[in-house]
Design a protein around this ligand. Structure first.
Ligand SMILES: NC(=O)c1ccc[n+]([C@@H]2O[C@H](COP(=O)([O-])OP(=O)(O)OC[C@H]3O[C@@H](n4cnc5c(N)ncnc54)[C@H](OP(=O)(O)O)[C@@H]3O)[C@@H](O)[C@H]2O)c1
Length: 204
């Protein structure tokens, strides 16, 4: 079964945190455009962190060729589906859920069912490739989802935008709790403005 190329692009600090600092957002998304992904894959917690801002965000049409947003939401926690579909970043939205996911209250959002208790990430990626024609999936995650993809050998490429600061203890790490053994192969390293460094690795 052929699945899409999966790349995680993540902003981190020198101590590996993905939260607890202000990332260089404009630069981050400029670099994210490198992959021209067909699907942006986000975890529910990443979306929930944006929901207050999403409610206030201006609505605008998405440009031609904008990716689909797929959100791993096994517990049906995401609420702002209408806003996600209308802020102009994505051509549409898709909720990834498991068979045991509770019903969504008064919300109409297309759903992809994969897995029994929790979203089966491998199965979901396969369906995104086969049914939605996704060749490239870019993961937008604070670490939990990246960790799960790494553990299940579903990540092909890792892109780190390293910020020259420390977030301190108690922040989310870029890889979540689970990692993998083996050396990552460096594909590119580029020093950017204001001490930022962009690192791209192929996952073993
Ligand atoms: N620095 C950056 O580049 C960056 C990018 C994006 C977000 N962020 C920040 O990161 C924070 C959120 O990150 P996070 O790591 O807490 O959450 P996350 O990246 O959104 O990942 C959590 C999601 O992954 C799912 N998940 C985890 N393991 C799984 C598995 N084995 N099988 C299926 N699904 C699995 C969870 O499912 P369940 O719902 O079942 O738990 C949940 O939906 C926010 O503060 C956000 O602002 C930073």
């Amino acid at each position: 079964m052929i699945r899409p190329h999966v790349v995680a692009h993540v902003a981190i600090t020198l101590d590996g945190a993905t939260t607890g600092f202000a990332p260089a957002v404009v630069r981050f998304y400029e670099l994210a455009a490198t992959w021209a992904e067909d699907v942006t894959l986000a975890g529910a917690d990443t979306i929930l962190a944006q929901e207050p801002a999403l409610r206030e965000a201006p609505r605008r049409p998405a440009p031609a060729g904008a990716p689909l947003l797929a959100v791993v939401d096994s517990r049906a926690r995401v609420r702002e589906w209408e806003a996600l579909g209308a802020v102009g970043h994505w051509s549409g939205v898709l909720a990834l859920r498991a068979a045991a996911t509770p019903p969504r209250p008064q919300q109409a959002v297309p759903e992809l069912v994969a897995g029994a208790e929790r979203v089966d990430l491998a199965a979901a990626l396969a369906v995104l490739g086969q049914r939605h024609g996704a060749r490239v999936v870019r993961v937008d995650s604070g670490g939990g989802l990246i960790g799960a993809l790494l553990r299940d050998n579903l990540l092909d490429e890792l892109s780190l935008l390293v910020h020259p600061r420390l977030a301190g203890p108690g922040q989310q790490a870029w890889h979540g709790a689970q990692g993998r053994a083996g050396a990552f192969e460096l594909v590119a390293a580029e020093a950017l403005e204001q001490g930022l460094v962009w690192l791209r690795y192929r996952v073993p």
